[in-house]
Design a binder for this molecule. Structure first.
Ligand code: COA
Length: 570
């Protein structure tokens, strides 16, 4: 079928559905819901059999839904209606939540139901739930709905005929007044729910150091050691310490680490690590260990597991340096395999564009950051005492996707997405030794194709292309299966031969062309991106960090516009 996506953006769920439906043989084209007239034009140009709206911020106009079946993905259980579905569920502490696929009609979220799925609501942030449970449920529901539509004889069920135990209801927009934290009264669980319900957008409007700001990325901390002593004497709401780039704040009955904020008053009105948003105030605070850390290391059965849970997968210069130090420590351990676990939501998305944007010299900070991530990639590539595995529990994009290729093996959870290209960020050349690792895996011709394509690749597709070596498990089974496979590799009879072959291959490759030469070549190009006369990277980064709305759908997504030329584009 020809399926048109009407969507606010090409976000992770939209990307995943694009991949799943394309793999089933459907022809997909995409239009951003910028204005009714633009959507109408897209429908006229593409003449779709079916319209799917994975991520809408505006209602579909009657001129479209009256003539075409439009399936809208609503991140709520059957009967739930309104623009803050997931937010309310998290804030209210619901135990089960779901995704419903309904047919667009005159009333928002009240159309006939084509498919619905439910899942247990994990205690996690909205963005984490959206990228994991919601996405998986949405994929199941959309595939079922599309299959039912294609069959031709399916009657979607009107909402008022459904009697389910999990009946939701119409709920208004969750306003900042509903999200407000009462620090004197709210305990850790209540504050955490509020911040989780607003993460990564819009955040909870609050105050830090007397300045209005939106809070994101909260983690509870156990009260022990210095944290316990400092928290004991403080008042609820008080910030009494720092933990790396996060701030430690007392609640009614415990302690939270606030990781990220957006200051309302500042010259940088975008998300930053809390300590970076308040540098002077944070410098006065004692740095205290806390039981939640971005980087963690564990060992089992001769395997070292290095976790790096960087918010949004963005890796700043300091985070790259810290991770390199942790990696070198892991490398010094008597293990046989090192598993690079990334974070639960993202494996990595490359250099930290927000911190770069906020720096006095974004060009200098870009340079420092790319060198720091390159140092890490080189340490992984040069590991000669262990086999290394990049284990992608979550998505990886741009430099993060290429960092993964520095490992000997890349294993991915089924459903993970890779965006192995840099071009969307102002034609960035990219580094992370990709000109070494990518062609070695997929060949030169395919490597060029991947870099030019600018589209996400699903884990299975990536395995077929040679980007990923193995693809297994789902949200629940990936980690246990990973442990079994990694320890099997560590204890396999042919481990010594595999390691010896790896050392030999590296030595031969080094003799042919040293890693330093690959790095030098790419960094010379990156220097042009950062300091040259073409400001495309700086402009693209500004657009990305400030989340400027799209003026039109990029041509590589809007298949139906491939042959039409906009006047502005010449
Ligand atoms: N630096 C800073 N923030 C980043 C980031 C980066 N490299 N990559 C992603 N983010 C942030 C986004 O701003 C967004 O923030 P939010 O919490 O305020 O909404 C969040 O991570 C999720 O990103 P989003 O774009 O909504 O996720 P997605 O799954 O739809 O798309 C990517 C994933 C990787 C395709 C997209 O985020 C991207 O293009 N990132 C930039 C990658 C890049 O160019 N890195 C630099 C070159 S190495």
């Amino acid at each position: 079928m020809r399926i048109l996506f009407l969507t606010h953006g090409f976000n992770s769920l939209t990307q995943r559905l694009f991949i799943e439906l394309t793999e089933l043989g459907h022809e997909i084209s995409i239009e951003f819901d910028i204005a009714d007239a633009v959507s109408e034009e897209a429908v006229a140009l593409f003449a779709p059999d079916l319209i799917v709206a994975p991520y809408l911020r505006r209602a579909i106009p009657e001129s479209i839904w009256a003539r075409h079946v439009c399936l809208v993905v609503h991140p709520g259980i059957v009967g739930d209606r309104g623009p803050s579905a997931l937010d309310w569920a998290i804030q209210d502490g619901a135990e089960t939540w779901g995704v419903t696929v309904l047919q667009a009609n005159a009333e928002m979220d009240a159309g006939d139901i084509w498919a619905a799925e439910t899942f247990p609501l994990r205690h996690a942030s909205k963005s984490s739930l959206y990228r994991n449970e919601v996405t998986e449920a949405a994929v199941r529901a959309v595939l079922a709905a599309v299959e039912r539509f294609a069959r031709g004889n399916y009657e979607p069920r009107p909402l008022n005929t459904i009697d389910l135990p999990l009946q939701g209801g119409a709920r208004p927009l969750l306003r900042q007044a509903d999200r407000a934290i009462d620090w004197a009264r709210d305990g850790t669980v209540a504050v955490l729910r509020k911040i989780n319900a607003a993460d990564g957008n819009p955040g909870v409007l609050d105050e830090l150091f007397g300045q209005p700001c939106w809070l994101f990325d909260a983690h509870p901390c156990k009260q022990s050691g210095g944290v316990a002593a400092a928290a004991h004497s403080g008042k609820p709401g008080q910030i009494f310490g720092r933990n790396g780039s996060g701030l430690l704040r007392k609640t009614g009955d415990g302690v939270l680490r606030i990781g990220h904020v957006i200051r309302r008053d500042a010259s940088h009105p975008f998300k930053l690590p809390a300590a970076a948003a308040f540098p002077a105030e944070s410098a006065e605070l004692p740095d205290m260990p806390c039981d939640w850390e971005e980087i963690g290391y564990q060992e089992a059965d001769g395997v070292g597991f290095l976790r790096f849970d960087f918010y949004n997968g963005a890796m700043s210069t300091r985070q790259c340096e810290d991770l390199l130090a942790a990696y070198l420590q892991a490398r010094a351990r008597p293990t046989r395999v090192i598993v690079l676990l990334g974070g639960g939501d993202f494996w990595s998305n490359g250099i930290h564009l927000n911190l770069i944007e906020a720096a006095d010299s974004p060009a200098d900070e870009s340079w420092r950051n790319i060198n720091a991530i390159d140092d890490l990639a080189r340490a992984i590539l040069a590991t000669d005492q262990q086999l290394t595995i990049a284990a992608l529990r979550g998505n990886a994009g741009a430099g993060g996707a290429f960092l993964a290729l520095a490992a000997d093996r890349v294993w991915a959870r089924r459903g993970v997405l890779l965006n192995p290209h840099y071009k969307n960020m102002g034609n960035l050349y990219g580094s992370e030794y990709w000109t070494y690792s990518l062609p070695r895996r997929v060949g030169r011709a395919r490597a060029n194709e991947i870099m030019q394509r600018r589209l996400p690749v699903g884990a299975l597709q990536a395995q077929h292309a040679g980007l990923v070596d193995d693809c297994f498990g789902d949200l629940e089974s990936f980690m246990p299966e990973l442990r079994i496979r990694a320890s099997a590799l560590a204890s396999s009879a042919d481990y010594p031969e595999i390691l010896a072959a790896k050392r030999l291959a590296r030595a031969q490759a080094e003799a042919e062309k040293p890693l330093a030469a690959y790095r030098e070549e790419k960094l010379a190009e990156m220097k042009r991106n950062f300091y040259g006369f073409d400001p495309s990277y700086h402009v693209a980064r500004y657009h990305f960090v400030y989340k400027l709305p799209h003026a039109w759908t990029p041509r590589h997504l809007a298949q139906h516009r491939q042959s039409t030329v906009r006047p502005a584009e010449g």
